[in-house]
Design a protein around this ligand. Structure first.
Ligand code: AHR
Length: 490
């Protein structure tokens, strides 16, 4: 029996809703097919945006969407994506499959999508192959509320009012696909670019610097030292990869050891956040600057027969466990992590939605986001769980992961995941400050390699769970192997 203790009266930081954010890049079928099908498509759409996908994302309460990349951002030229569609300049998407991008989804379409989703836009500008002028003109085009040649151009293209834009990323993976720079060089570039990123009207820009990949702590140290005072946040990217980049293993056919290796890799997020945060503290002891994990998720081999440059992969209960454990870590570090963006929203990497023609599948990862959405803007509550080590050989992990929060209506939400794929766990849950009379729960569970597919889209869905035994201080129950549970107490 493992003890789980929640103190609903002891709250810590507010869990920023943006921790439940998403990332959508011009990569494979994320934008085209996944989110945007165009107005003349036979697939039901509103102004070109897929109605089914928009509805599903709205139901997750998607708070923020990052666009246009990723590596694509550093070769994106915004002027190619405005004006009459037939006149838009085409380009080769050199990073992702070498396909020809017709720029039919550009600035106006992105803001239309965010409007329909009711989420904040997060735009990542091109520092790698763009110019300061290109960036500052884009900002003026989007947000200037007076009369200028650029705001007039926006009006000519059909948008009278300036858009509201807060989140501005300056460069992406500038240590890699975004220019292969050294941190000193990038930090100076950031200082220069941000000087010309002007806030107009209601849009007070929140300037985001490109941070490290994985454990490159030197990058964070140097960029914070040189450019810290000019930024509002710095990023971190960490993907869950098993094996090597050349052969990451199948998304659906894997061994027990590969399962544990993936979850272990995902759990590294905790060390990465705490160590990068220490580097940040060194230069920003008052903690003004936020940490944004704007790319995270499991990265497997592509599905056989699909374009290797499109990064299309299936999504199993293993991915759901990766998501559950990762989101619990973000909650736990919500005093530092102000945003996170799962890579990517639709049809790419650890997608929450897969599409095929007019069909749509909600992945197990989607259902984890659905169970966890109650944490958005809630106060993290003190909690602790007793764990046992599970796994194989060097792939060993604790068997349980948890977080808890109190929302604005004083409702407690506990998200508990059993990371063992084959052993259930008995839980003795003690809840201080709440009466368990009104307790309810939902659970997502399955075998580690179970997934939803186009011909069986509801194999893995959350169901009600009521197998609780009341105790003096709370409840006892058994959480099945490989499952994610949401417990709500009014
Ligand atoms: O998400 C896919 C790619 O991964 C992004 O374009 C890039 O930033 C990262 O390397």
């Amino acid at each position: 029996m493992s003890k789980l203790k929640i103190n609903s009266k002891k709250t810590k930081s507010i869990i920023n809703r943006n921790i439940y954010g998403h990332f959508s890049e011009h990569l494979g079928r994320c934008i085209y097919d996944g989110l945007f099908v165009g107005e003349s498509s036979f697939i039901p759409n509103e102004n070109g945006m897929r109605t089914d996908v928009v509805q599903a994302l709205k139901s997750l309460k998607i708070p923020v969407l990052r666009w246009p990349g990723g590596c694509f951002a550093d070769e994106y030229h915004w002027r190619d994506g405005i004006g009459p569609k037939q006149d838009r300049k085409r380009m080769v998407n050199t990073n992702w499959g070498g396909v020809v991008e017709d720029n039919s989804f550009g600035t106006h379409e992105f803001f239309e999508l965010c409007d329909q989703l009711g989420c904040e836009p997060y735009i990542n500008i091109n520092l790698g192959s763009g110019t300061v002028r290109e960036m500052s003109e884009w900002i003026e085009y989007m947000t200037f509320d007076g009369v200028s040649p650029l705001s007039q151009l926006r009006v000519e293209n059909g948008r009278e009012e300036p858009w509201h834009l807060k989140y501005l990323g300056i460069g992406n993976e500038s240590w890699g696909c975004g220019g292969n720079m050294r941190p000193e060089r990038y930090a100076d570039e950031f200082r220069k670019y941000q000087s010309f990123a002007k806030s107009f009207g209601h849009s007070k820009l929140y300037k985001i610097a490109c941070g490290a990949g994985d454990d490159d702590y030197n990058w964070t140290d140097k960029v914070m030292e040189i450019a810290g005072k000019h930024m509002d946040a710095i990023t971190l990217h960490h993907y869950t990869v098993v094996g090597d980049w050349g052969n990451k293993g199948s998304a659906t056919k894997f061994t027990s050891k590969e399962y544990y290796a993936a979850v272990k890799e995902a759990l590294k997020m905790e060390t990465l956040i705490s160590t990068h945060a220490k580097m940040m503290d060194k230069h920003d002891p008052k903690r003004r600057i936020g940490l944004i994990v704007d790319e995270w998720g499991a990265w497997h081999n592509v599905e056989p027969g699909t374009n290797p440059g499109f990064l299309y992969q299936q999504n199993t209960m293993r991915d759901a466990i990766v998501a559950a454990a990762t989101l619990n870590i973000f909650n736990a570090y919500s005093d530092r992590v102000v945003m996170a963006n799962v890579a990517q929203t639709v049809n790419v990497l650890q997608a929450v939605i897969l599409t095929e023609g007019n069909k749509m599948v909600l992945t197990p990862t989607y259902h984890v986001f659905d169970l966890y959405k109650y944490h958005q803007d809630a106060s993290l509550a003190e909690c602790w769980v007793e764990t046992q080590e599970v796994g194989e050989d060097e792939a060993r992990i604790p068997n349980l992961s948890v977080s808890a929060s109190i929302d604005l209506n004083d409702e407690l939400h506990i998200t508990l995941a059993n990371l063992s794929h084959d052993t259930a766990s008995s839980i003795d849950c003690e809840i201080l400050g709440k009466n368990c009379d009104s307790l309810s729960a939902r659970i997502l569970s399955g075998k580690m390699s179970d997934y939803n597919d186009f011909d069986s889209s509801n194999s893995i869905v959350p169901v009600d769970f009521s197998d609780f035994c009341r105790t003096g201080m709370g409840v006892e129950f058994e959480i099945p192997a490989c499952s994610v549970m949401l417990i709500a107490v009014k």
